[in-house]
Design a protein around this ligand. Structure first.
Ligand SMILES: O=C(O)CCC(=O)c1ccccc1C(=O)O
Ligand SMILES: [Mg+2]
Length: 379
C-alpha cells in the first residue's frame, strides 16, 4: 500500500467535566487526528493521544506534532508497504515517541482495513461482536460528589468503576465507597503517586476487595512494583510502566504485575499492542484497554484492540457523551449497559465528521512526497 499524503488535524476540545488525577486536572484536550490518504483519495484515521504537557509520559502534543511532521509521516510516505506491521519497523530506529508513532500507524491500519473492505477489529485479529466497558472517574472535590458520580455510572450499567486516588484521598475515601457500594467491581488508579515507603498504606487497601490497584509507583518502574506485589494481596496493574513490549516482558518475568492496562498510544501502536497481547496471553496475564481521554477516532481504535481474546477485563472506553458535548465521529461511541457494539463497517467503523471536527480545528498540516526529504539517518 502507498500513502500519498498525511494530514495532521490539530484539535482543541473542551471536556464536559474536568478530569483530575494525582498529576493534575484536565479541562480540555489537545488532540491530533492523523489522516492517511492513498492515491485513490481513500482516508484512514488514527489519533495521537499525547497529553498537553509531559505529565503522564515524556511525550506532549507539541513534541508529537514535530515527530510526526518531521520524521514519521515522511518516512512512511517514502516507503511502499505491504502491511501496517511494517510501519513499526520503519519507525523503530527513532527512539520512543510512541504516541506519535501510534498516531501515524493507527491511520495506516485504518486505511489498510478499508482498502481490504474489512473492519479494523477483524484486521487486527479480533473476534468479538461487542465489548464490555467500564469507566474511569477522576478525583472529585469531595468524597460525597464522588459517591454521586459512582451512583450515576452504576445506574448506566458500566461493568466496572475505576477511581483515581492520591495521598490523602485514598483509604478513607475508598472505605466510604465500599460502605455504599460493597459489591461493585471496583479498582483504583494512583498514577504513580506512591513509593515503597507507602507499602503499609497500600496494603490497607487489601480490605476493600479491589479488582486491582493501577500504577501505584513511579512511571517506568518495574522492580519496586515487583517488591510491592509480594507485599499486597490486591493485584497490581501497570499502565505508565508498560511503554514497550520489552517493558511488558520484564514486568511479567519479574512478577511486577498481575494485570496490564494496554494503551495503543503508550506502547507505540496496534502492532506492538498485539505483540504484548500475545505475550501476556501466554503468561495468563489478563489485559484491558485503558484510555487517554480520546476523541472518537481513538475510542474506535481502543474498541478494535479490545476485541482480541486476552482483553478479558472491562476497559476505560466509555461513551463519547461522557467526555464531549459533540464527538467528531458519526455515529458516536455508545455504551449501552456497559456494552459497546463493534461496528460491521470497514475500518474504524464510523465516519470522521469534518463538519463537527472543524469546530475544534486549530490547524491542519499536510505532508506530501515533496515534504519528505531523503532521510539521511539510515538507508
Ligand atoms: O480515557 C479515560 O476515560 C480516562 C483514562 C484515565 O484514567 C487516564 C486519563 C489520562 C491520563 C491517564 C489516565 C490513566 O488511565 O492513568
Ligand atoms: Mg492509568
Amino acid at each position: 500500500m502507498k500513502i500519498k499524503e498525511f494530514k495532521l488535524h490539530e484539535l482543541e476540545m473542551e471536556m464536559k467535566h474536568p478530569f483530575t488525577t494525582s498529576f493534575g486536572t484536565q479541562t480540555k484536550r489537545h488532540i491530533t487526528i492523523v489522516e492517511a490518504v492513498n492515491a485513490d483519495g481513500l482516508s484512514g484515521f488514527g489519533e495521537c493521544v499525547a497529553g498537553e504537557d509531559p505529565l503522564y509520559s515524556e511525550e506532549f502534543m507539541d513534541s508529537a506534532m514535530i515527530a510526526m511532521k518531521k520524521y514519521f509521516a515522511p518516512i512512511i510516505i517514502k516507503n511502499e508497504i505491504s502491511h501496517p506491521d511494517e510501519v513499526w519497523d520503519l519507525l523503530v530506529p527513532f527512539k520512543k515517541n510512541n504516541m506519535a508513532k501510534a498516531g501515524i500507524e493507527g491511520a495506516v491500519w485504518d486505511l489498510y482495513a478499508k482498502e481490504n473492505d474489512r473492519t479494523l477489529a477483524e484486521t487486527v485479529g479480533g473476534r468479538k461482536a461487542e465489548v464490555d466497558v467500564g469507566i474511569s472517574l477522576g478525583l472529585e472535590d469531595t468524597d460525597e460528589l464522588l459517591l454521586d458520580r459512582i451512583q450515576e455510572k452504576v445506574d448506566e450499567g458500566y461493568k466496572r468503576i475505576k477511581v483515581k486516588i492520591k495521598p490523602g484521598r485514598d483509604v478513607s475515601m475508598i472505605r466510604k465507597v465500599r460502605a455504599v457500594f460493597p459489591d461493585i467491581p471496583l479498582m483504583v488508579d494512583a498514577n504513580s503517586a506512591y513509593t515503597l515507603d507507602d507499602t503499609e498504606l497500600l496494603k490497607s487497601l487489601d480490605e476493600f476487595n479491589l479488582m486491582m490497584i493501577e500504577q501505584p509507583l513511579a512511571a517506568g518502574d518495574i522492580v519496586d512494583h515487583a517488591k510491592l506485589q509480594k507485599e499486597i494481596k490486591t493485584p497490581v496493574c501497570l499502565d505508565e510502566s508498560i511503554d514497550s513490549y520489552q517493558a511488558a516482558k520484564a514486568a511479567i518475568e519479574l512478577g511486577s504485575c498481575e494485570i496490564i492496562n494496554v494503551k495503543v498510544g503508550r506502547v507505540g501502536g496496534i502492532t506492538q499492542s498485539k505483540k504484548i497481547h500475545d505475550l501476556a496471553e501466554r503468561h495468563n496475564i489478563p489485559l484491558w484497554c485503558g484510555g487517554m481521554l480520546e476523541a472518537g477516532v481513538g475510542r474506535l481504535h481502543n474498541i478494535a484492540i479490545t476485541t482480541l481474546s486476552n482483553f478479558t477485563l472491562p476497559g476505560d472506553t466509555a461513551s463519547s457523551s461522557r467526555y464531549w458535548e459533540e464527538d467528531i465521529i458519526t455515529p458516536e461511541v455508545v455504551a449501552e449497559q456497559g456494552v459497546v457494539q463493534v461496528s460491521g463497517k470497514p475500518g474504524i467503523g464510523a465516519e470522521v465528521d469534518f463538519n463537527k471536527m472543524k469546530k475544534y480545528l486549530k490547524q491542519t498540516i499536510t505532508i506530501t512526497e515533496d515534504d519528505a526529504p531523503d532521510m539521511v539517518f539510515f538507508d
